[in-house]
Design a protein around this ligand. Structure first.
Ligand SMILES: [Zn+2]
Ligand SMILES: [Zn+2]
Length: 296
C-alpha cells in the first residue's frame, strides 16, 4: 500500500468500536458523541452489539458519524465468543447460526463496506482460525476495554503471525468503550482527502492510517535501507518485519531521555515492515505494514 505519510490529504482522528445504551454501554449515543467530541476526535462509529444505531435526531457535535455494528458469531476453538466489527451498513447483517470466524466474516463482508476482527486476545482466537478468514481488512491490534478490564488489550503477536504468512492486514486501535472511563482513549489516525464516511472508509480499506493509544507518528520514510521516523516523545521506536526465518525481525532504538526521531536499519529491504512506538508511560502507536518499494 502507499505510505500514508507520503500521500496527499489531511489527518483525521477517529474511533471505530464504541458501545452505548442501545446495547450494553453506559452512555447514551448522544453522551458517547459528546465524549469523543470533547476528546478532539473527527469521526466516530457507534457499534452496538447486533444493532445499528439510528443517527437521526442526534447532534453530531462536529463529528462525522459512520454507521457500524459489532456482530456475534458462534464460539471459537477455545470456547471464546467470536465478534466482528462491520462498518458502512444500513441494517444488521444476516449471518449463519454458530458461525466460525471464516463463515462470519464472509457473510458480513458481503453486507457492509468494511469489516475487521475484534479483540483477538480477549477472544483467545488462534492463528489457525484467523488464517482461514477472508474478506476482512484487519484486526484490532489494541482494545482499550480489554486492556482496562482484563489486561488483554494488545494483539500485536497474532497480527505479526498473519503478516508473516503474507496476509496484508491492517491494525486497528479501538476503545470498545462500555464504561465512562473507556471512551475517547484509543484512536486511528486516518489520512484522507475529506472527513466523509465514504472517504474515511475508503482510506481505512487501503490502510492509510496508523493506530495509537498515546504517541503520535509524524512521518515515516526510507532512505538508503534505513527507516526514518518522526514522532511525539518516545522511549522506544522499533522497526518490525514479521517474516518466516531467523534474523529479520526487529531493530529498535531505546535511550533516555525521550526522543522524537530515529534512524533504524531495515533488516530486509525487500520485505514490508511496520513501526511501533512506545512513550514514557508505556503507551503505543502502530503503523500499518509499509512496503519498501512503495516508499521511494
Ligand atoms: Zn466484542
Ligand atoms: Zn465491543
Amino acid at each position: 500500500m502507499p505510505n500514508p505519510f507520503r500521500i496527499d490529504g489531511n489527518w483525521y482522528k477517529g474511533n471505530l468500536h464504541t458501545h452505548t445504551t442501545v446495547s450494553d454501554g453506559r452512555l447514551t449515543p448522544q453522551e458517547a458523541i459528546a465524549a469523543y467530541a470533547q476528546g478532539g476526535y473527527d469521526f466516530l462509529a457507534l457499534t452496538d452489539h447486533n444493532a445499528v444505531v439510528d443517527y437521526d435526531g442526534l447532534d453530531p457535535q462536529g463529528l462525522t458519524l459512520i454507521s457500524g455494528s459489532e456482530i456475534n458469531g458462534g464460539t471459537g476453538s477455545l470456547g471464546q465468543q467470536i465478534h466482528v466489527l462491520a462498518l458502512g451498513l444500513a441494517t444488521v447483517p444476516e449471518v449463519p447460526d454458530e458461525s466460525s470466524y471464516a463463515e462470519l466474516v464472509a457473510a458480513i463482508a458481503a453486507q457492509c463496506e468494511l469489516c475487521f476482527v475484534a479483540h483477538p486476545y480477549w477472544s483467545l482466537v488462534t492463528p489457525t482460525e484467523l488464517l482461514a478468514v477472508q474478506g476482512h481488512v484487519g484486526i484490532e491490534v489494541y482494545n482499550t476495554t480489554c486492556q482496562f478490564s482484563i489486561a488483554r488489550g494488545h494483539s500485536n503477536f497474532v497480527w505479526d503471525i498473519l503478516l508473516a504468512h503474507g496476509q496484508q492486514l491492517w491494525g486497528f486501535a479501538v476503545d470498545d468503550a462500555h464504561r465512562p472511563e473507556e471512551y475517547a482513549q484509543a484512536l486511528v489516525m486516518v489520512k484522507s482527502t475529506e472527513n466523509s464516511p465514504a472517504a474515511i472508509l475508503a482510506a481505512l480499506a487501503r490502510g492509510h492510517f496508523y493506530a495509537s493509544h498515546g504517541p503520535e507518528i509524524y512521518d515515516i520514510t526510507i532512505e538508503r535501507e534505513e527507516v526514518i521516523v518522526h514522532c511525539s516523545p518516545a522511549r522506544q521506536i522499533a522497526v518490525i518485519q514479521p517474516a518466516p526465518g531467523l534474523g529479520r525481525t526487529t531493530d529498535r532504538l531505546q535511550q533516555a531521555p525521550p526522543f522524537e526521531q530515529a534512524r533504524l536499519p531495515l533488516p530486509s529491504p525487500e520485505l514490508p515492515f511496520r513501526v511501533e512506538i512506545i512513550d514514557s508511560e508505556g503507551r503505543k502507536a502502530w503503523s500499518n505494514p509499509i512496503f519498501p518499494e512503495e516508499m521511494q
